[in-house]
Design a protein around this ligand. Sequence first.
Ligand SMILES: NC(=O)c1ccc[n+]([C@@H]2O[C@H](COP(=O)([O-])OP(=O)(O)OC[C@H]3O[C@@H](n4cnc5c(N)ncnc54)[C@H](OP(=O)(O)O)[C@@H]3O)[C@@H](O)[C@H]2O)c1
Length: 299
Amino acid sequence: MTSKQVITVFGATGAQGGSVARAILKSKKFSVRALTRDVTKPKAQALRDLGIEVVKGDLNDKASVEAALKGAYGAFLVTNFWDHFSKEKELNQGKLVADTAKRLGLKHVVFSGLENVKRLSGGKLEVPHFDAKGEVEEYFWSIGVPMTSVRVAAYFENFFTAWKPVKASDGDYYTLTLPMGDIPMDGISVADVGAVVSSIFNSPEEFSGKAVGLSAEALTPQQYADVLSKVLGKDIRDAKITPEAYEKLGIPVAREIANMCRFYQTRPDRDVQLTHRLNPKVKSFSQFISENQGAFNGL
Ligand SMILES: NC(=O)c1ccc[n+]([C@@H]2O[C@H](COP(=O)([O-])OP(=O)(O)OC[C@H]3O[C@@H](n4cnc5c(N)ncnc54)[C@H](OP(=O)(O)O)[C@@H]3O)[C@@H](O)[C@H]2O)c1
């Protein structure tokens, strides 16, 4: 029996890494080594139940990152800004994986990156959870690691949480608060990201050294509201909020999200056609909401 080459997956107990680990396993070309800080958690056990090797490690710990990458062909890296809200920490974690991948001679890394908005806007806009990933992208390439960056559009799953329609105080309708004006915003179900990444690992010669923007489709807030109304049978309306008004809502990370939407309004490159080629089963927003109506119970 020939043993398969290994891809180390960071974040495999989470949304992106979990989708990637399962898709790589399904494609049967590579075996998966998953890293988690807590090997006893149910999500780690669920990975073991699938036959995935689970190892203990922490992106803040050099020795454990080295051990997780040793002998691997490649790696998928997602760093979680929302774990600590620190651009510096996210940068350090990304650079640690980049340096280790370089030293160990990994053949292909897929990094969940995003644009360095601060640099692209000449310092006018800061979106720390984008900027850190943009700097990590630049670092990987500057030291010569064969890396593909996947710039994942806003998750459709955000409509279950931060962007869930809210009941209006003055009538029997709901509002969707997305400060995008009439400009389409790209989206994708995070569950569909894994198959795209697996396809990228299967074609390193086509994708190494490139950034790929992933999107199932781009809809305006009005169109997102229309799909939600139709599928859920409720009256859901675009709140028509500006980024300036959004910043004043007093909600957590309002400025960061307002600036992200200001950047999204410039329509950064997300390639819907390529995303569909790499994952022909990628779901539209309408399909996604139809299949997840339970998440809106109680609306
Ligand atoms: N939400 C969106 O629309 C969207 C769109 C594009 C990009 N993103 C980016 O996606 C990232 C979050 O990814 P996700 O949605 O997959 O998050 P998630 O579901 O919360 O999972 C986070 C994962 O990161 C791992 N992790 C966190 N800190 C770690 C550390 N110090 N060492 C090792 N592993 C660590 C966790 O593993 P353990 O806890 O098991 O150790 C977990 O598997 C964010 O940076 C965000 O900017 C989000």
